[in-house]
Design a protein around this ligand. Structure first.
Ligand code: PEP
Ligand code: MG
Length: 587
């Protein structure tokens, strides 16, 4: 069937057209390579047969053991697996692929399993549909037996592909060869889940929250990912493909046009200047952030240092990274956020055990205050790096004044240790608080006495204020930055901050959305920090606007009582006054 349209959430702009690659956490370890001679092909067939025999032996041994011990797994399940292993269409299917396509056995197993997935998914009967899991299990079993004899390879497709996955953890994306990725499309996630954030920071088009994309697409299908409209089209006909190529061309043209503003300051027509920062996850992104016009780093998510690491980084490893950040050319400041581990960001440390409700669990500052030694290592490294460039420290998830006091007490003791040791530390290291928990909004005045600046994390603030899990696509429709409660909270934080004499930044995804720019200007934010790709357009908009106009808009929307009303008003306003900036944003 041509042109199957799937609707999700546009998570990273741009259009990607290419072959799909179903990414499965286990199967991601599968390598792909071509066999260059008929001898190699036959050798590969033998290797596959050996793996099947070994898998069969394993299953038989298991069945025997099950009969002698009191194990709840019924033997018939093993027998079903044995039947699949002996099934001609499975085994011969793999062999045929090895021979016809001259590919390695692992790849052939994977494509064969994928083929069965499609057949089973079409079955009406749920019980039969579920039987696909048995085929998948057998596929994995054979893969395990093949694995012993080949080098373990990571995700490494031959051509650039569109990665289709149920979900991608930061760890998955971090280990991918991203230069092989044209686009991402996932079943779950929202604009602020980390898959989306990483895709944006890499400049790769992405659509998330598609619910069933992994079941609607097979590896090698041609797909279109439209990261603006949040749409994926499977098997497009030539006309549709052409239309999307055209859309991408327009999008790239628009981006080129905006780039002219990248290195200009963000000043409104009535001379109000906003600082523009870049959000980064990896040091390697800094040159790109600077080239897109970041004046400083407004948010460095240091938890990404931990991703995919078996061992905690040493102080020296931390230090060399932070020093590179603060010394980077072209940056006026670097805000290093202490790690926000937990939630949807994990690392392989057992201390971060699986939790029922991780977003509200032991994450961010809570985790750090519990694991003080680990926290101190990071703080020492940041303070040491601060001797080499303008450094700000930002504490995440502060919910009340005790936490910031405790974090500052630890910071002071670390500073004292360093001074005692004669290690140089920057003179003026500002200490800021992320405002991302509703309780912090309400006690902002007390917090302002403890902090040099605030940075509003709308991704979490919205999730906690509206009780919407930010990665759950089923409640995504309720995730609304323009909810009057959210706007009022931001206003309160900025007003309190200014009243207490400290600057207020915003580093959540809301800061980089052109539709919200006028509101944020009118709310008097001092700094907006965003994914670097969004900076040029933001600077262009700010230059074309005035603060007086922005304040009028805010006065109006503060009287409104529903998000729907606010959204309609700003959308109409922006389309009327800045129509050219919305080229390509929607279909
Ligand atoms: C936020 O919550 O808005 C934020 C910037 O932090 P993160 O997305 O890393 O949780
Ligand atoms: Mg946050």
């Amino acid at each position: 069937m041509k042109n199957i349209v799937l609707k999700g959430v546009g998570a990273s702009p741009g259009v990607a057209i290419g072959r799909a690659y179903i990414y499965d956490r286990y199967e991601s370890q599968i390598s792909y390579y071509n066999l260059t001679s008929p001898q190699m092909v036959e050798k590969e067939v033998r290797r596959f047969r050996r793996a099947v025999r070994a898998a069969e032996m394993e299953l038989k041994g298991l069945a025997k053991r099950l009969k002698t011990i009191d194990e709840p797994t019924p033997v018939y399940i093993i027998n079903v697996h044995l039947m699949i292993l002996r099934d001609r269409s499975f085994v011969e299917g793999v062999i045929r692929r090895i021979r016809e396509e001259a590919v390695n056995a692992e790849w052939a197993v994977r494509v064969t399993v994928d083929y069965f997935r499609r057949i089973f998914e079409r079955m009406e009967n749920e019980y039969l549909r579920e039987r696909f899991n048995d085929i998948r299990y057998v596929g994995q079993l054979v893969l395990r037996h093949l694995e012993g004899k080949v080098n373990k390879a990571v995700f490494q497709p031959e051509e650039r592909v569109i990665v289709i996955a149920s979900d991608l953890s930061p760890a998955d994306t971090a280990q991918m060869m991203v230069d092989h990725v044209l686009g991402f499309a996932t079943d779950i996630g929202s604009r602020t889940s980390h898959t989306a954030i990483v895709a944006r920071s890499l400049g790769i088009p992405a659509v998330v929250g598609l619910e069933r994309i992994t079941q609607s697409v097979r590896t090698n299908d041609i797909v279109v990912v439209d990261g603006m409209a949040g749409v994926v089209i499977v098997d497009p006909d030539p006309e549709v493909k052409h239309r999307y190529e055209e859309k991408n061309r327009l999008y790239l043209e628009d981006r080129t046009e905006c780039m002219k503003y990248a290195h200009q300051p963000a000043i409104t027509k009535d001379e109000y200047r906003v600082r523009i920062g870049g959000n980064i996850e990896f040091v390697e992104e800094i040159p790109q952030a600077v080239s897109y016009g970041a004046e400083g780093i407004g948010l460095y998510r240091t938890e990404f240092i931990y991703i995919n690491k078996e061992q905690l980084p040493t102080e020296e490893e931390h230090f060399s990274i932070y020093r590179r950040v603060v010394e980077s050319e072209g940056l006026s400041w670097a805000t290093i956020r202490t790690f926000d581990l937990g939630g949807d960001k994990f690392f392989s440390d057992p201390k971060l055990a699986k939790e029922m409700n991780p977003q509200m669990g032991l994450r961010a500052i809570r985790f750090c205050l519990k694991e003080v030694d680990l926290f101190k290592v990071q703080l020492r490294a940041i303070l040491r790096a601060s001797a080499f460039g303008k450094t700000k420290i930002l504490f995440p998830m502060i919910s009340g004044v005790e936490e910031i006091r405790e974090a500052k007490r630890i910071l002071a003791s670390v500073r004292a240790d360093l001074e005692r040791e004669g290690v140089p530390v920057g003179e003026e290291v500002e200490v800021g608080i992320m405002i991302e928990v509703p309780s912090a909004v309400l006690v902002a005045e007390a917090l302002a006495q403890e902090a040099d600046f605030f940075s509003i994390g709308t991704n979490d603030l919205i999730q906690y204020a509206l009780a919407i899990d930010r990665i759950n696509e089923r409640v995504n429709y309720l995730y609304e930055p323009l909810h009057p409660a959210v706007i009022r909270m931001i206003k309160h934080v900025v007003d309190v901050g200014h009243h207490m004499g400290i600057p207020v930044a915003m580093c959540g995804e809301m800061a980089g959305e052109p539709l919200y720019t006028m509101i944020l200007l009118g709310l008097d934010l001092d700094e907006l920090s965003m994914n670097p790709l969004a900076i040029p357009k933001m600077k262009m908009l700010i230059q074309q606007s005035s603060r007086a106009e922005a304040r009028r808009i805010v006065q109006r929307i503060l009287r409104m009582t529903s998000a729907e009303e606010v959204r309609k008003y700003v959308t109409d306003y922006m389309l009327k006054h800045y129509p050219e900036r919305w080229v390509c944003e929607a279909d």
